[in-house]
Write a protein that binds this ligand. Structure first.
Ligand SMILES: *Cc1c(COP(=O)(O)O)cnc(C)c1O
Length: 372
């Protein structure tokens, strides 16, 4: 802080936190963990995770496939977006040797079958819709076939000469491990009465991060819950088990230092906000934070409305921040656990963007008691 005296937001990178999360997945998930690239496609994240043993990637666009392929030479990409352009299907297959493609509708099956040669080397992974569950982002309305529809699509894809798999995604920031069990039950329902060999079962992402007022079990609880249920399924040895963690791998890998640019009575204006790395605050997640101790602060605390830097009136954190009552222009705050959907979702709206990264070796510790 002394060296930079930063008047722009600073992304603090903690690679060790991502390495630790990668270790949990590689050691405790009884299959392959695909990193969901959309969560944080930064070069440092791809480098850290691949060095930590994550070599499979859930990609959803040609650009993501290109990023991963250029930065992680021996990476395997999986095209897990159920809706793809024809050009992307062709290019992913022929230029990047992608062999796993998600789908959730017959029309997408027709599209893929028209663009790719039918082959058992190509695995069409049918996404089953989950029922509404304990997640912050529920995607069950946007993607997924019912178990009956998934059954039909799977059988038809196999008849046309492809291999098949089944997947689901519980949604993001899943606060109840039972959601994975219900997802697996939907897969079991889709499989009922089918003799078609399954090449993969993919339990998706959704593994939660640590935020204010969102108490969650640790990752190993989620992984052992899934492993226990999968074991009972007695899957064919040829059937790969996959998961697609985004947030669970990188949430603790970045924090964000922001500066107070102006204080008015009980309002502060920060140099990052809803259009920047704090998009998720707008959808209900609240990041733990601390004052950067560049000076002694008052012990008395007060709630402050925190505005972002843009001229838009929606650029305000929905919840007030409880801060020392003498907070003033020039002070810095650090928001922890910003690694997921932070920089990845930020825009340069109004000319404000985050481009300053520093590497840290310590852990983020929020002010205690939590500034609720
Ligand atoms: C976004 C997404 C993920 C990753 O979700 P997290 O909540 O970050 O783990 C995994 N699979 C699919 C299909 C996704 O769309």
């Amino acid at each position: 802080m002394e060296a930079l005296h930063p008047e722009v937001p600073v992304v603090c990178v903690r690679s060790h936190a991502m390495e630790r999360a990668a270790r949990v997945f590689t050691e405790q998930f009884p299959g392959d963990s695909l990193y969901a690239v959309k969560c944080n496609p930064s070069a440092h994240v791809l480098a850290t995770l691949s060095a930590a043993g994550i070599r499979h990637f859930d990609t959803a666009s040609m650009t993501e496939i290109e990023w991963v392929s250029s930065q992680v030479p021996d990476a395997t990409c999986y095209f897990m977006h159920p809706v793809k352009s024809r050009a992307a299907i062709r290019e992913a297959y022929s230029r990047y040797a992608v062999r796993y493609f998600a789908l959730d509708h017959r029309a997408e099956l027709d599209k893929i079958a028209e663009e790719l040669p039918a082959s058992r080397d190509v695995v069409l992974v049918v996404r089953v819709a989950v029922l509404h569950s304990a997640v912050v982002y529920d995607l069950s309305g946007k993607f997924g076939a019912s178990p009956e529809e998934a059954h039909e699509i799977m059988e038809e894809a196999y008849r046309r000469g492809f291999s098949v798999g089944l997947c689901f995604h519980v949604g993001s920031q899943c606060t109840d491990a039972q959601a994975y069990i219900s997802g697996i039950e939907r897969v079991v329902a889709a499989r009922a009465g089918s003799a078609t060999p399954l090449r993969c079962l993919d339990v998706g992402g959704g593994f939660p991060g640590h935020y204010l007022e969102s108490p969650v079990e640790e990752l190993d609880h989620y992984l052992s819950t899934i492993a226990g249920r999968v074991e009972e399924l007695d899957l064919d040895p040829d059937c790969r088990l996959l998961c697609e963690p985004g947030r669970g791998l990188c949430e603790a890998g970045e924090s964000l230092v922001v500066q107070v640019q102006l204080k008015k009575e009980r309002s502060i204006y920060l140099n990052d906000g809803i259009y920047g790395s704090m998009t998720e605050e707008g959808t209900g997640l609240r990041h733990r934070h601390r004052m950067v101790a560049t000076r002694p602060f008052s012990q008395t605390r007060a709630p402050f409305t925190a505005y972002g830097p843009t001229c838009d009136s929606v650029d305000v954190l929905p919840h007030p921040l409880v801060l020392p009552d003498d907070v003033r222009e020039g002070d810095w705050l650090e928001f922890g656990n910003m690694g997921a959907y932070g920089v990845a979702c930020s825009t340069a709206f109004n000319g404000f963007s985050q481009e300053t990264f520093v590497a840290l070796e310590n852990a983020f510790v929020a002010d205690d008691p939590p500034l609720a």
